[in-house]
Design a protein around this ligand. Structure first.
Ligand code: SAM
Length: 219
């Protein structure tokens, strides 16, 4: 199935609200658990690219009490929901959320212990935006961990995944999930993107019927 891009930003208030209210506990807990399998220890400053309403950011911060996290996203609607969630969780002192539209907004250059990202790649018109940002901000030893959707073979396979994993979700979310699957990248495409960004040291691994991860340490 050919890739069909979807709109980059999630700035529509209803879409952002539905996304923030959805139960992503299974994939987001899997994000943190799989991260820890690969990187048992992380201390210091972490950069979360395309943090949205900060659900992964919060789960990551809870699991890593010695980390502070800078989450960036281009959608102010998402960040507002994320700031409320961080406040409610009592983690505003360790999580900062900033508006930034990649690749146009420069990000702070810090010695990031880790750069993480969940479900940003398939939104990008140019996937190199993510990998060039990682390459620019990773220092010696930075732990990189990215999770995203895998494009299925056919529209029917995409529909079946929506029925399996989002049967009881609101229509707006089922619609987003279907179009996200069609906008997602395949393993070989991601490997080529990594080589083009000089990030060939990172590994790509399929971890479920709909997700792959990219992980490794930048030398
Ligand atoms: C599917 S959401 C994922 C949010 C969050 N990481 C999560 O897993 O719940 C993708 C997010 O990427 C953001 N985004 C898309 N393109 C972007 C860009 N060029 N720069 C910054 N953020 C972007 C969108 O606004 C949206 O909040």
């Amino acid at each position: 199935m050919q890739r069909i891009p979807e709109p980059e930003l999630m700035n529509d208030p209803a879409q952002a609200q539905a996304y923030a209210e959805a139960d992503f506990s299974e994939p987001h807990d899997a994000f943190v658990a799989t991260y820890r399998e690969h990187f048992p220890e992380t201390r210091g400053q972490v950069l979360d690219l395309g943090c949205g309403p900060a659900d992964v950011t919060l789960r990551f911060a809870r699991a890593h009490p010695d980390c502070t996290v800078l989450g960036i996203d281009a959608a102010e609607q998402m960040l507002q929901l994320g700031r409320h969630a961080c406040h409610r969780a009592g983690l505003s002192d360790r999580i900062e959320l900033q508006i930034a539209h990649l690749p146009h907004t420069p990000l702070p250059h810090e010695a990031y212990a880790a750069i993480i990202s969940n479900s940003l790649l398939h939104h990008l018109n140019d996937p190199m935006t993510l990998w060039n940002t990682v390459a620019e901000h990773a220092h010696h030893g930075t732990q990189v961990f990215v999770m995203d959707l895998l494009r299925p073979d056919s529209p029917e396979a995409a529909r079946a995944l929506v029925d399996t994993h989002a049967a009881n979700e609101p229509d707006v979310l089922r619609h987003d999930f279907y179009h996200s699957l069609r906008a997602a990248y395949r393993e070989d495409e991601v490997e080529a993107q990594l080589r083009a960004a000089g990030l060939g040291v990172l590994r790509v691994e399929i971890i479920s019927d709909r997700h792959f991860i990219v992980y490794g340490r930048v030398a």
